[in-house]
Design a protein around this ligand. Structure first.
Ligand SMILES: [Zn+2]
Ligand SMILES: [Zn+2]
Length: 343
């Protein structure tokens, strides 16, 4: 019996009787972060990082029972030592460290090691078994420096403004949108407008002390408002919707790790792709997994086989495990209807 195992409802710790990011309701859920595929409704009790508490509350609703702990603060769950450590993925994202009888497992959820002003930086945690994502587990995925990406976004916006167009920039409502807004805080870009699904989460980020560009809720503007020359940040689900018509002449852009590949840009039918990801790229993935010192690695989601092969060649026991977590490719279900803002 291993300390963690994949059960019907999710990743389960039998010794402590709790689940990590379960995909079905359970009694006790430890949550790595608030993205829809990791933080699902219906569990009786949730444990999260303190940094995640605000966004998790927005996502799960006021009825959810959430206990928040500081990063690094160890708690005892039925004799199992559990602590959360920064994952650098989005605000409050955590790796879950589980220790029992001298054995240490780390379930990383989603993570990145690149600097990101919107969340606490990734912390390397040594362990015997490391459970990793592999969203971008192919050598073609390498991220440019942020400064390069934000320079390109600024130049795109300026050119659009000079042509009397609005710039409509798509990014996931939780995490990516705020990273864009943080990166543009001093960029002299704008005015900046947002879709409701983004604005709602901006509040949680600002409340947590993250500095974002000043934004206005696009749907709050009077009818006939002229959006020419502005920048609008919206979730990908808003593309092609009626909501977009109010902006008049637009150029569209999409910020995602997938934009590294031309075909993905074409499929999205956007004018511009900006390579900005909240996951590790291939070199960082290998470096991180190796640095954990893990002798056993489980690869949960994304392009898993190349990583498993790479690790196996280095004498690390690696295997694919079939989780129901998803990579960056999937639109968060919450983003689809959520235009209206609730207080
Ligand atoms: Zn995620
Ligand atoms: Zn995920």
């Amino acid at each position: 019996m291993t300390l963690l195992r994949l059960a019907e409802r999710g990743l389960y710790c039998e010794a402590g009787d709790f689940y990590i990011d379960p995909w079905q309701p359970v009694e006790r859920a430890v949550i790595t972060h608030a993205h829809g595929d990791h933080a699902r409704w219906g569990s009786e009790r949730y444990l999260s990082s303190r940094e995640a508490a605000g966004v998790l509350r927005t996502r799960l609703g006021s009825g959810a029972t959430i206990r928040a702990v500081d990063y690094g603060e160890a708690i005892d769950v039925n004799g199992v030592r559990v602590s959360l450590h920064p994952a650098g993925h989005i605000l409050g994202s955590a790796q879950v460290r589980v220790e029992h009888r001298g054995e240490v497992w780390v379930a990383s959820g989603d993570y990145k090691t690149q600097p990101d002003p919107t969340c606490t930086p990734f912390e390397l945690v040594r362990c015997h078994t490391f459970i990793t994502e592999s969203t971008f587990g192919l050598p073609i995925y390498r991220w440019p420096p942020d400064s390069e990406v934000f320079d390109a976004i600024r130049a795109w916006w300026r050119s659009n403004r000079d042509h009397g167009r609005a710039s409509l920039l798509f990014g996931y409502a939780l995490g990516k949108a705020q990273r864009l807004l943080a990166g543009l805080a001093d960029a002299d870009v704008g005015p900046v407008y947002t879709h409701g699904a983004v604005e709602r989460l901006n509040r949680d980020y600002r409340h947590a002390g993250v500095r974002l560009a000043d934004t206005q809720y696009a749907s709050g503007m009077p009818r006939g408002h002229d959006f020419a020359g502005s920048l609008i940040v919206a979730p990908p689900s808003a593309a092609g919707s009626l909501w977009v018509r109010r902006f008049g002449a637009i150029s569209t852009g999409f910020a995602s790790g997938w934009m590294r590949v031309r075909g993905a840009r074409r499929r999205r039918a956007v004018d511009r792709g900006f390579v900005l990801s909240d996951h590790v790229d291939w070199p960082s993935l290998l470096a991180t997994v190796e640095a954990t010192g893990a002798e056993r690695v489980w690869v949960t989601h994304g392009t898993r086989e190349p990583l498993v092969r790479w690790l196996s060649e280095r004498g690390i026991e690696a295997r694919v495990v079939a989780s129901q977590w998803k990579g960056e490719e999937d639109t968060d279900p919450v983003e689809v209807p959520g235009e209206e803002i609730t207080a």
